[in-house]
Design a protein around this ligand. Structure first.
Ligand code: HEM
Length: 402
């Protein structure tokens, strides 16, 4: 973490209008600079072995945006776009609005833990004449019975995931990257999501989703020995997809929650659907949030403590031949549907080294008999190859495109 000394360090003391609590408007405009709090000063490096926005905690604000290349954009055009995007992302994530940015949207903010992550969809490879370099892992996802997929909000040649702990910083990055794409790619779909704001709870804890559950507890931990193997393509990847070394595959699903039905369930039934307590996330087999789940435990009534169709039982690696993924989601709420139901749910993003050993088998299982699926609709779907990170002076995807 780098503490930017004053808001002026981000480039525009003269624009400060917030100022010190209790200061008059005029004093505030004259700009007695206040130090950024932890939220504004959080900085995540752009360069490195892996792209950012995968292992870092999901930020308070997120944008997912897919682009399609425009007609004339060939491999060289795509390479130039990735170079421009990477340079812009590196500057933005360091809290330096790129030169020539006249929007001013983020001028007086720190980097706010901004991350920008780039991925390639299946169709990208055909567009730029690199079909022979397309990884097998980008085979289309199978159809699932609970799918109600809207093709217009699915897939895409290119994908950008933006996250930041400040909404203006997140929007600024989105807008700037869209402008950088002009003439090369146009937006295919875009979704906006959110998570709890840092500092909103007395102590940092796993976030809640819009069903009210603590969500993310049993994710693979970066500190565990096999984490990298599960989440990232090996650094020494060989063959036609050697360019994916250090990369990961992102499965993106817009999952609407049927909240009217869900909210009508008793607390006890809600907890049995998941297999964990709502209040503190502890498994129904006992203990606290972080206690190991005991799938064999029987209750005093002789029944399994964690029901046979509980989400955490059906999704667990133990029941899916070790299949694992890193879930890093944003909640979304886009108003209400005609019938009054909230258009709300989860922008579910699963990260794994191979979707056929992560999302696909687990979703197949959930689709066949998970207690939670009755309360969900998968409304959009995409799969992207997210290359490894780049060094200073390089750009994301360079090993594929150069
Ligand atoms: C665990 C909610 C969709 C895979 C959990 C937990 C909750 C939850 C509350 C328990 C806490 C935790 O360990 O994170 C949801 C909601 C979903 C959803 C609300 C949709 C809106 C999915 C999907 C998949 C999935 C689509 C994969 C295809 C998992 C896995 C676990 C889990 C692997 C950990 C199981 C274990 O304990 O080993 N989910 N989930 N979830 N979920 Fe989901």
């Amino acid at each position: 973490r780098r503490l930017l000394g004053t808001a002026g360090a981000a480039g525009a003391a003269s624009l400060i209008v917030g100022g010190v609590a209790g200061a008059t408007g005029a004093e505030a405009v004259r700009g007695k600079p206040t130090p950024l709090t932890d939220v504004g000063s959080g900085v995540v490096p752009f360069h490195g072995t892996h792209q950012s926005g995968i292992v870092q905690p999901a930020q308070a604000h997120g944008h997912l945006v897919a682009f399609d290349l425009t007609g004339g954009t060939d491999r060289r055009g795509a390479a130039a776009l990735m170079r421009r995007w990477s340079a812009a992302a590196a500057e933005l994530m360091a809290g330096r609005p790129p030169q020539g940015d006249d929007s001013g949207v983020a001028l007086d903010a720190g980097p706010s833990s901004l991350t920008v992550t780039f991925g390639f969809g299946r169709t990208f490879f055909d567009r730029v004449g690199l079909t022979d370099r397309r990884p097998d892992a980008l085979e289309p996802l199978p159809a699932f019975t609970a799918d109600a997929i809207d093709g217009k909000r699915s897939n895409g040649d290119l994908w950008v995931q933006i996250g930041a702990d400040d909404a203006l910083v997140a929007f600024h990055a989105l807008r700037l990257l869209q402008k950088e794409a002009a003439g090369s790619a146009r937006v295919r779909w875009q979704m906006t999501g959110f998570n709890r704001t840092p500092g909103a709870t007395a102590q940092p804890m796993t976030g809640r989703n819009l069903m009210g559950q603590i969500d993310g507890t049993n994710n693979p931990k970066p500190s565990s020995a096999d984490f990298a193997k599960k989440i990232f393509v090996p650094d020494d990847q060989q063959g036609t997809d050697s360019w994916m070394a250090g990369g990961s595959y992102a499965v993106v699903r817009r999952i609407r929650m049927l909240l009217d039905s869900w909210d009508n369930l008793s607390l006890e039934r809600q907890e049995r659907v998941i297999g964990r307590r709502k209040s503190d996330g502890a498994p129904l087999s006992g203990g606290t949030e972080t206690t190991r789940v005991d799938l064999d435990k029987m209750g005093a009534d002789g029944a399994l403590s964690i029901p046979g169709d509980a989400h955490i039982r059906v999704a667990s690696p133990a029941n899916n031949r070790g299949a694992a993924m890193l879930r890093r989601a944003f909640s979304y709420h886009d108003g209400f549907l005609d019938d009054g139901a909230p258009d709300a749910g989860l922008l579910f993003i699963a990260w794994q080294a191979d979707p056929l050993k992560g999302f696909v088998p687990v979703q197949r299982k959930l689709d066949r008999g998970d207690g939670l699926s009755r309360f969900l609709r998968h409304e959009a779907s995409a799969l992207f190859a997210v290359p490894g990170g780049c060094d200073e002076g390089g750009y994301v995807g360079q090993h594929l495109l150069e």
